[in-house]
Structure formats: structure tokens, C-alpha cells
Write a protein that binds this ligand. Structure first.
Ligand SMILES: [Zn+2]
Length: 95
């Protein structure tokens, strides 16, 4: 499991946990992808390290910290996407 997969996994988990608290944000496939992409861009700078072994060690040790950072990053993604969703409105079902 690489760093990108790990942070992505955490970001998706966090997003699923807090989705319910953001009824005004769209969580269609496109918007969910955008939120995760914004979150990962933020997290990438924090957790970019060069050697695979170091990544593992660091991530294992600071799971709690990664989650705290992921929460902030995902919340920023939700905020941006809810203000300006990029999905195609014609493709969204409004029932
Ligand atoms: Zn959407």
C-alpha cells in the first residue's frame, strides 16, 4: 500500500463519515471525485516523502494525525465543491 493509496483511503473514509453533516453539498460521483482530489492535493504536500520505507513508518506512527489532517482537507474540499460544483447539471437526477 503506497502513500497515495493510503491517504486516499483515509480521505474517502473521512468523507463518508461527515457526508451526513453537509446536506447542502452535492455528493454525486463527479463532486465526490473533486472533493477527494482537493483533499489529496492538500495532503500531498504534508506527507510527501521520498523512500517507500519511510512513508510506511511515518504513516503507521501517525495514523491519528493523518486522520485529523484528512478531516480538515476533506472539509475544505466540501466547502469549495458546495460553493461551485463542477458536475454537469443535465446529468444530475433531481427527484
Ligand atoms: Zn455533484
Amino acid at each position: 500500500m503506497g502513500l497515495k493509496n493510503y491517504t486516499e483511503e483515509v480521505a474517502v473514509e473521512v468523507l463518508n463519515e461527515i457526508k451526513g453533516m453537509h446536506p447542502n453539498c452535492c455528493f454525486c460521483e463527479k463532486c465526490t471525485q473533486d472533493i477527494i482530489a482537493i483533499a489529496l492535493t492538500r495532503l500531498k504536500g504534508k506527507y510527501a516523502v521520498t523512500r517507500e520505507g519511510e512513508i510506511f513508518a511515518r504513516v503507521e506512527q501517525s495514523d491519528r494525525q493523518v486522520r485529523a489532517d484528512a478531516l480538515l482537507a476533506v472539509m475544505e474540499g466540501i466547502e469549495k465543491v458546495s460553493k461551485r460544483p463542477k458536475h454537469d447539471p443535465d446529468k444530475i437526477k433531481l427527484d
